[in-house]
Design a protein around this ligand. Sequence first.
Ligand SMILES: *Cc1c(COP(=O)(O)O)cnc(C)c1O
Length: 230
Amino acid sequence: MIKENLNRIKENIESVCKRFNRSPSEITTVAVTKTATLDNIKEIIDLGIQDIGENRLQEAILKFNRLSTIEYRPSTIKWHMVGHLQRNKVKEAVKVFDLVHSVDSLRLAEELDKQADKINKIQDILVQVNTSLEATKFGINPEETIEVIKQIVKLKNLNLRGLMTIAPLVNNPEDARPCFKKLRDLMDEINRPSIIDTRLSVLSMGMTDDYEVAIEEGATMIRLGRAIFK
Ligand SMILES: *Cc1c(COP(=O)(O)O)cnc(C)c1O
């Protein structure tokens, strides 16, 4: 079933890309494994998925260690932290994750920088933006994002690669579009000369219910859970 799901997702991505003149190779699918078993994860790795996402640190460490023990962690596999990260867990997180999508404050960025420095690592990160302005969602307010990013890029052990957002839960995926558009516009604005020296290229947006709309709006990373494992 997972195989069929992945094939269907691939076809959907190809068809959106064709309509919007994008190349499917621009889009990375991150398999979010919060509901998946270890066997499920082995299966998706065998089927060619190289990007694995978790929203809870402890769960990620458990799976990461088990897969390593059974020699199921080829160096090509990348681990993504997609959920909220507490500062007291950063020390563990920098040992595991290749990309942290959920940097939602300058203080968290500073802690990541400090802990990455201790293990001689340059930590790749995305800044999470609360494009829907929902009080229940983490993420930096869009209006404050540029100021925060100007501070974050000064941190030597972080490599800021782009932005991430979580759209609200809606029945019609079209209703998520404004959030995706807002994130893309924000990245374009940040990429204008003189804002920061580095160029951002990653837009992590789109989940099971809305990934096609997200791709239409420029997503380069989609985070899929149910679409793969259900
Ligand atoms: C669970 C989760 C996903 C995947 O959600 P689905 O709707 O199952 O595709 C993506 N991003 C984050 C941050 C998540 O927590």
